[in-house]
Write a protein that binds this ligand. Structure first.
Ligand SMILES: [Fe+2]
Length: 200
């Protein structure tokens, strides 16, 4: 069965932007709960293939329609969080490389891109995600409700912000805009650039 990705850094490595307690709960409890529920559904259907997790979403015909929503919700929880934790880190917070060139070409400047990303994140009602994604080598910003995932829509995601309350509530309480504004201080652009180079 599938596993969640280990954190590439210490739970406290993103402080003060994201506190250790939030990271422990978020990674070890929330993320793990999505994984356990997804695996339980796969077991229910005697899943025995070993598709890459990203690829798996294109092969879910074996799951009865009645369980599809629950599967996709938990699958999305797993892949979205894998991405979120992967593209953050304690260093490389300045954008650079080919991904910066692509951002500048699309949005005019990194500042303008950041404003568009933050602006879109602030429009999220309820729980969900905002992501910088790529399709046909074109960058775009998308908003996903709940645990909808970008892969089923054919997007290759590069940056993702988790807009569920569990992502920020311990530290930021009801002031979600402060969490959103601080997010780029923990994005690891070495990882984002590597994803861009891999996917383009
Ligand atoms: Fe989350």
């Amino acid at each position: 069965m599938y596993k969640i990705d280990d954190l590439r850094y210490d739970y406290g490595a993103l402080e003060p932007v994201i506190d250790r307690d939030t990271m422990v709960l978020h990674h070890d409890k929330h993320h793990m709960a999505y994984l356990n529920k997804m695996n339980a559904l796969l077991e229910k259907y005697n899943y025995s293939k070993d598709y890459d997790l990203i690829e798996l979403v294109n092969h879910i015909d074996f799951i009865d329609v009645v369980d599809r929503e629950a599967f996709l919700f938990n699958y999305g929880g797993v892949v979205n969080h894998n991405l979120f934790f992967k593209i953050m880190g304690p260093s490389n917070h300045e954008p650079f490389g080919l991904v910066l060139d692509a951002i500048n070409a699309k949005y005019g400047s990194f500042t303008a891109f950041k404003e568009a990303f933050i602006g879109l994140a602030n429009t999220m009602m309820g729980s969900g995600w905002v992501m910088l994604v790529m399709k046909n080598n074109e960058l775009d910003l998308i908003k996903l409700k709940n645990q909808d995932n970008p892969y089923i829509l054919g997007y290759k995601p590069l940056i993702a912000i988790d807009l569920w309350e569990h992502a920020y509530y311990l530290k930021y309480r009801n002031v979600r805009p402060d969490y959103i504004n601080a997010f780029f201080d923990v994005v690891d652009f070495a990882m984002v650039n590597a994803l861009y180079e891999e996917e383009r």
